[in-house]
Design a protein around this ligand. Structure first.
Ligand SMILES: Cc1ncc(COP(=O)(O)O)c(C=O)c1O
Length: 390
């Protein structure tokens, strides 16, 4: 069959201007090599705990196979409110909570409810690449504000951040704890950002997917600790990382009181929400998942030590030891093309890492390694990396 040559573009024009996702191609490339160790994706090696999986089987056996409600099962929305009360001391009314088909989907729903074509979203970078893509797909444009390393820590200059806001700015996007750096926005800065945005009627999109992954304490400061019910604030969360449920595609979104019907409409016209039986499993994850989370955190902390010890032996490598999440985001002196370097690692030593350049401009001498792996796999990957990093 011959393929038709088109003289016009039948697709949305945003695909012509969207930034390319070379990192996703590299991820696929690494996965296509049978002996390659992949530490490129943001997920662990542990399967979802049995008590959560069992609940899905029970739900299916009980015939929980019908349409759910637009904003999610009322019982799950209630459980999310209870979880926020127990874990954070938040008091969130149910009409502010929507169940979503993942954290990624929650960001998409939030942006679809606020962005008009050409609106700008000022984002703290480095940032998870998909958030840039989601913004572009929704018709917006990311204006990035790179963090800097000072005194062995990642630091966001709030003046610089606020300086990028202009009349085209619709939202500010903050991922804290951050993927890839593990940086956590201090409570004082959260308050300042809230006040700044409130005074200008600008939205805040706070991605708090890693909020419970702090290595030494129970939770990171949240925008919900200080926000009022009507603030133009969307807080994104997910079951993926906290309870090892990346394949489930389940998350939630908390918005201001008047956002409920907007988000419900976007969900309604997109996919009518996540499967009913997985939502039932979400309830038990929230209710009984604390012990599992603690065991994951122990593993991550141990693994971080393995990675920091190994990488600190290479004079070309420098990194900040992060207080949260499960990534080592490290700089390799003398390298300027993280995409080429990541590809070389796959080809020459069989290890796949994420290129720093994927996380925003100015990070092309960095790589991201996900250490939520089995310790023996991590040790082998670090051994393999030696000839390239030394
Ligand atoms: C900052 C951030 N937000 C959201 C997600 C995606 O979460 P989900 O699996 O629920 O889509 C990720 C995944 O890596 C992430 O790093």
């Amino acid at each position: 069959m011959t393929s038709k040559i088109r003289t016009y573009n039948p697709y949305r024009s945003c695909f012509e201007t969207m930034s390319s996702n070379v990192a996703a191609e590299l991820l696929r490339y690494g996965k296509s090599k049978p002996d390659c160790i992949s530490l490129a994706q943001g997920e662990g090696s542990l399967p979802t705990p049995a008590f959560i999986c069992d609940e899905v089987q029970k739900s299916l056996a009980d015939g929980k196979t019908f349409y759910s409600f637009g904003a999610g099962l009322p019982e799950l929305r209630q459980e999310i409110a209870t979880y926020h009360a127990k874990s954070y001391g938040h008091n969130i009314p149910l009409n502010r909570i929507s169940v979503t088909s993942s954290g990624t989907n929650a960001v998409h729903l939030a942006l679809m409810s606020i962005l008009d074509e050409g609106d700008e979203v000022v984002a703290v970078t480095p940032i998870w690449k998909n958030l840039i893509g989601i913004t572009e797909l929704a018709g917006g444009r990311i204006i990035d504000v790179p963090m800097e390393q000072t005194d062995g820590k990642w630091h966001l200059d709030l003046e610089k951040f606020f300086g990028k806001v202009n009349q085209n700015t619709k939202a500010m996007m903050i991922v804290s704890p951050n993927n890839p750096t593990g940086w956590v926005m201090p409570a004082e800065d959260i308050k300042t950002v809230l006040e700044f945005a409130r005074a200008r009627d600008i939205w805040i999109i706070a991605d708090e997917v890693y909020g419970r992954t702090m290595h030494d304490i129970s939770k990171a400061p949240s925008f919900l600790d200080y926000a009022e019910d009507d603030d133009l604030l969307y807080v994104v969360n997910s079951f993926s990382k906290t309870w090892a449920m990346t394949g489930w595609r389940l998350g939630w979104l908390i918005g201001p009181r008047d956002s409920e019907d907007k988000i419900r409409d976007v969900i309604l016209y997109e996919n009518m929400g996540p499967p009913t039986f997985t939502q039932h499993a979400g309830i038990v994850a929230l209710r009984h998942g604390e012990e599992f989370l603690q065991s994951q955190k122990e593993l991550w902390k141990n693994n971080q030590k393995i990675v920091v010890d190994a990488l600190s032996k290479f004079p070309r490598v420098s990194m900040v030891k992060s207080p949260a999440a499960f990534y080592a985001f490290f700089k390799v002196e003398g390298e300027t093309d993280s995409f080429a370097l990541a590809r070389r690692m796959i080809d020459e030593v069989g290890v796949s890492l994420a290129p720093g350049g994927a996380f925003g401009k100015g990070f092309n001498d960095y790589l991201r390694l996900c250490f939520a792996a089995k310790p023996e796999v991590l040790i082998e990957a670090l051994r393999r990396l030696e000839p390239i990093l030394k």
